[in-house]
Design a protein around this ligand. Structure first.
Ligand code: ZN
Length: 83
């Protein structure tokens, strides 16, 4: 297991940032990707997410290499408020 990274305090609200392994959405060239198992610094107060250079590099690489594990369908909803 890698040591949790120390993210410092939240840049936006000063809240405590704790590392969690979550799935994140990532857009690249107009396509939406879901990346699982991402160690992410999450602000306990406002929910802002932080990635280390190592993690964002790894996400970048897996997208560019087309390292697709599986594909899921995403339901698109309409709230009916637009004219
Ligand atoms: Zn925050």
């Amino acid at each position: 297991m890698r040591e949790p990274h120390d993210y410092g305090d939240c840049y936006f609200c000063g809240g405590e940032v704790k590392e969690k392994v979550i799935e994140v959405e990532f857009r690249w060239k107009g396509k939406l990707y879901l990346v699982e198992g991402v160690p992410t610094g999450v602000c306990q107060q406002c929910g802002e997410k932080y990635f280390t250079a190592e993690v964002s590099g790894a996400i970048d690489r897996s997208i560019k290499e087309g390292n697709v594990k599986r594909t899921v369908e995403i339901p698109v909803l309409e709230i009916g408020l637009s004219a």
